[in-house]
Design a protein around this ligand. Sequence first.
Ligand SMILES: Nc1ncnc2c1ncn2[C@@H]1O[C@H](COP(=O)(O)OP(=O)(O)O)[C@@H](O)[C@H]1O
Ligand SMILES: [Mg+2]
Length: 331
Amino acid sequence: MADDPIALTIKQMSVSYPSPRGWVQAVRDVSLQVKRGQMVGLAGESGSGKSTLAMAATRVLRPPSARIGGSVRIIGRDVFSLSVRELRAARWKTFAFVSQSAMNALNPVMSVRAQMRDAIRAHDSMYSSGNADKRCEEVLRIVDVPVNKLDSYPHQLSGGQRQRVVIALALILQPQLIIMDEPTTALDVVAQRAIIALIRRLQRQLGFAVLLITHDLTLVLEVADEVVIMYGGRVMETGASNELLGNAMHPYSRALIQSFPPLHGVMTRQEGIPGTPPDMVNPPEGCPFAARCILAKEVCLREMPVLVTHGNRAVACHHAAGNRTFGGSIQ
Ligand SMILES: Nc1ncnc2c1ncn2[C@@H]1O[C@H](COP(=O)(O)OP(=O)(O)O)[C@@H](O)[C@H]1O
Ligand SMILES: [Mg+2]
């Protein structure tokens, strides 16, 4: 169904890695949706399962490297039932996944032009050589990199320019969904903001859907339409960014927001959230955040709270489930 209004649907996904100590339960029963033309942010501390979810959903991660459950639809197609050939055809043309390591994935001994041409030719034989060159120039212009950089090598570009080239590569065959995993972490704050603003502008202009993955919740709350917050392999809270900003319901979301400086305004020294994430080989029976949560009660240690919907938001917290005024009751 090419007219499916949902670009990405992940349903009840669970992913575990084999390890000498047992299965690392990196993603546990995660569902999320990205509508066409929408930007959804996937945020959470390092180790919360964001990259694992994205890699499993795009079949970059597959058995036997991991045990994977659940289902994924991208632009109306069941990703897990695609043949290898169909998957290869869909990648870059229907969806692009820019992995966390893509920043370093530009080939150091190939010019920008050669890498872009390769990407086009590998996936779309319809392009003639002249048209491919035209598309390279066009897409470089779109990401605000001077066209004369086409014949440069990655080391001749700034970090921000390299990241723009990676984005240009993702855009080159006009996919309808782009998943970007930590696209700005290696950059300084100014370059980070410029890249995020660029992604947002392109997304609005060109109309593709984006799943933007980052450990910086403040950043996605400022740019994404909706946000999904993960911890310990689970979804802790979801909702529209404008509702979540300043009114997060989950103590983890609040702690995360407080541990990042706002994009605009005064920079103050920020502390991370005290404590360490749970051991995912033996995840706690109750709420994964309970051991670090200032509000934890006995029930939090004992029972995993279910994700409860509150209007168009959802939160997995015993406090929120039992207390409708919870949003305003803790600081
Ligand atoms: N190849 C692997 N083998 C075993 N455990 C892994 C592997 N990759 C990631 N993990 C573990 O899975 C969990 C989720 O990791 P990851 O998806 O990278 O989180 P995030 O992207 O949110 O930082 C972490 O506990 C991490 O240590
Ligand atoms: Mg990651």
